[in-house]
Design a protein around this ligand. Structure first.
Ligand code: ADP
Ligand code: MG
Length: 291
């Protein structure tokens, strides 16, 4: 049976934009030793913007961008939306592409005019080739915390587009508050090592795991549970749902996908990360009252 103190705290939480799907979930929060955060859409706003666009020598910029945007127009990944917007801002229209395959965690495979085109991260299009592209420039983009998407045709890398996502304004404070409560924060991201490092530093995170494929997030969570005992997971995407279900406390961003919202135990209605430490404090206070 639910304690009156729990009931009051749950209803108080709802007033402050924290939805608990049952009193037991509020109780769990006070026991967390660590919290894992997804990057895109969770620690960041998930609305990246294009900052740079490079093509290989002798290639036509407009044609390359138009092809890239036409392929990305078929995807609803946040990076894809940003690239399509960028192309539209440059007055380009997209054309229909017939053969498209979404490869979660990597990018998109398309067939255009009987030519295979790959759009995605270095692991997908070929890491060595991306390193050789415009020597040094790509490296600098990563150091700035940018994500780089490549397009590759039968002749090799055709173009690269850099995108910058912004940290949520309260992310640094939220992580600091958790640290004061003795809770470690860890970022899990599908992005590459250098970009992950830059964003983790900006957010003040203790640890991060880069190159984390969608199915790897739940494995990482199992490892963290063994290491820390009770671990929370904060996420927004379909990719995060298995890890949200595995964590001691699954926490979803209010603007997350339906699957994330359904799977989570707790929902941050206003996407405000500082509400996590607030809820942890309420939970700890309640534990003292009950004992
Ligand atoms: P995260 O939310 O941590 O960025 P995702 O699993 O959504 O993780 O994506 C991992 C990586 O896969 C992205 O950083 C990007 O490099 C690549 N990727 C996935 N989908 C696309 C796409 N539609 N266009 C370009 N790159 C993509
Ligand atoms: Mg996400």
């Amino acid at each position: 049976s639910i304690m009156p103190a729990t009931l009051a705290a749950v209803s108080n939480g709802a007033k402050r934009g924290i939805l608990f799907k049952g009193g037991v979930h509020l109780e769990h929060l006070g026991s967390l030793q660590a919290i894992a955060f997804d990057k895109t859409g969770t620690l960041t706003t998930g609305k990246p913007v294009v900052t740079d666009f490079f093509v290989r020598s002798k290639a036509d910029r407009t044609q390359a961008l138009s092809l890239l945007a036409s392929i990305e127009a078929q995807s609803n990944h946040p990076l894809a939306l940003a690239i399509v917007n960028y192309a539209q801002e440059h007055g380009l229209t997209t054309r229909g592409i017939e053969h498209i395959e979404d490869v979660p965690g990597f990018g998109i495979r398309a067939v255009v005019d009987e030519q295979e085109i790959l759009v995605g991260n270095p692991r997908f299009v070929g890491a060595q080739e991306t390193k050789d592209f415009h020597q040094g420039i790509i490296h600098e983009l990563y150091e700035d915390g940018k994500t780089v998407v490549f397009i590759k045709d039968s002749q090799g890398i055709l173009a690269a587009v850099a995108l910058k996502d912004t940290l949520r304004p309260e992310a640094v404070q939220a992580i600091q508050d958790l640290r004061q409560l003795g809770i470690q924060s860890i970022m899990l991201t599908g992005d590459n090592e250098k970009t992950a490092h830059a964003i983790a530093k900006e957010a003040g995170l203790d640890r991060y795991v880069a190159n984390c494929l969608p199915e790897m997030k739940v494995e990482q969570m199992k490892g963290l549970l063994k290491e820390y005992g009770n671990v929370g997971m904060v996420g927004d995407g379909i990719n995060d749902a298995p890890a949200l279900a595995t964590a001691t406390s699954g926490i979803a961003m209010g603007e997350g996908t339906d699957v994330a919202l359904e799977t989570a135990d707790v929902i941050l209605m206003q996407n405000d990360l500082t509400k996590i430490s607030y809820a942890v404090k309420v939970s700890k206070k309640m534990q003292r009252v009950v004992k």
